[in-house]
Ligand binder design. Structure first.
Ligand code: FRU
Length: 441
């Protein structure tokens, strides 16, 4: 089986959203949206990888794939939970109403319908795609309740005796909304409530609601909130939330801000790690495939990030295990960017800059900015320049460099800018006070 260290990458061909992220029977399982035939989006399967430490990933066989009339055109995103030792996987089941005759992996003009389904696995390693699937929520025929096409990505969790499900949806493809269902057994679901908010774009994807200390946090991926000229139209946001466990009413009292200011990150999902930390993993969108050792691949995950809240601000910090492993790997290899992972810790003041193999980071008017124009190989359709919000004073930067991804953690995760790159050079230069600790050793 193929292995990845630190960043999970498509094992060839295509990967998008993380799915069913869970710590189960002593191992992390990370499933993901996968098209196994070409490095492009197509009929969705759930790829599967397993890790003991969130660092060393071992790819497994494809876990979920279409077998039923209701999911014949795709096993879309979803989540996992453990119940009485078994692994419950929840997903959106897609059935096309009109298939593109020249590409059967696509529907014509979004003519498809979506229901919600689940598969129960006894051990997290065997998935009976014929016998263990069940449709749990039918296609909606009532727009007041849910949209027939764009209702998807069940995020399921348990609190006390109750199971909750959040679903991304839309009202008439004009207004994003999040639907909530409730269950006493994780199998039979009842509609409870829905949240509409004008800041939710036109369609909500991959909602996630979770408790952090005594606060609730909301993560979601919103369609048509960004400007195409500035990168992507669909962006992932986070915000503090109030979620009433009795009524399932969700309110978003504070601002919604980007999970990652690089804007490549999309469809993040969280789970609890073995120590009870809330860990987030997100898909890094890539405009073109990378030539792999065996096959071209497109799509990778960001480093696992611990979500924390302090004084009303949501932080995304590198998971301690990834933090440790990244440094060790850099020390072992003594490599520079372009070759293998490398890590740079430094601080940046107004007017100062840093050049990592052609990837530029600078501080201007109080904002950390990145510029990947020299290491993006002429791809279009993604932002070349990115900026984090203002942070007063000097910023500390913790920069994780992978040949195809640079993740810049500003002030220990106050803000993060992650950028996909291609063709990174192998030099480091700049007006910095502490050069590349790991590489110097
Ligand atoms: C988000 C998304 C989900 C959907 C999946 C399909 O990237 O569009 O809403 O379930 O990808 O691959």
């Amino acid at each position: 089986m193929r292995k990845n260290t630190l960043h999970l990458k498509a094992p060839g061909n295509w990967l998008n959203d993380p799915n069913g992220f869970i710590y189960y029977k002593g191992k992390y399982h990370l499933f993901y949206q996968h098209f196994p035939y070409a490095p492009v989006w197509g009929t969705m399967h759930w790829g599967h990888a397993v890790s003991e430490d969130l660092v060393h990933w071992e790819h497994q066989d494809i876990a979920l794939f279409p077998t039923k009339e209701y999911d014949k055109n795709g096993v879309f995103s979803g989540s996992a939970l453990e119940k009485e030792g078994r692994l419950f996987l929840y997903y959106s089941a897609v059935r096309y109403l009109e298939t593109d005759r020249e590409d059967i992996h696509r529907a014509v003009k979004d003519r498809y319908e979506t229901s919600q389904a689940m598969l129960i696995s006894e051990d997290g390693l065997h998935f009976d795609n014929w016998g263990a699937k069940r449709q749990i929520l039918p296609v909606s025929r009532d727009e007041a309740l849910a949209h027939r096409t764009h209702t998807r990505d069940p995020k399921v969790w348990r609190e006390g005796e109750c199971y909750y499900m959040a679903l991304g949806s839309t009202f008439l493809e004009k207004e994003g909304r999040v639907l909530f269902y409730r269950s006493l057994d994780g199998e039979r679901w009842e509609y409870a409530s829905q949240c509409r908010d004008e800041r939710l774009g036109r369609i909500v994807e991959c909602p996630d609601v979770f408790r952090l200390g005594d606060r609730d946090v909301f993560l979601a991926s919103l369609m048509y909130v960004g400007r195409a000229q500035e990168g992507y139209e669909h962006l992932s946001v986070c915000g503090l939330a109030e979620f009433d466990r009795k009524t399932c009413e969700l309110t978003l009292p504070g601002e919604l801000r980007l999970v990652d200011y690089g804007k490549d990150l999309y469809a993040p999902q969280t789970a609890l790690d073995e120590d009870g930390r809330r860990v987030m993993i997100g898909w890094m969108r890539m405009p073109g495939a990378v030539e792999g050792e065996e096959k071209p691949w497109n799509g990778m995950m960001c480093l696992p990030r611990v979500v924390e809240e302090k004084d009303g601000h949501i932080f995304f910090r590198v998971h301690p295990q990834a933090d440790r492993a990244f440094s060790e790997k850099c020390q072992e290899s003594r490599l520079l960017p372009g070759d293998a992972p490398c890590r740079i810790r430094t601080t940046l003041g107004e007017g100062e800059s840093l050049d990592i193999g052609g990837f530029l980071i600078r501080m201007e008017e109080g904002c950390v900015r990145t510029d990947r124009s020299r290491v993006f190989r002429g791809f279009s359709g993604a932002a070349l320049d990115c900026a984090a919000p203002k942070s007063p004073g000097r910023c500390s930067l913790d920069i994780f460099v992978d040949p195809n991804l640079i993740e810049v953690f500003i002030n220990d995760g106050e803000y993060v800018i992650s950028n996909v790159v291609y063709g990174l050079g192998n030099h480091i230069a700049g007006n910095i006070n502490e050069i590349c600790t790991e590489n110097k050793k």
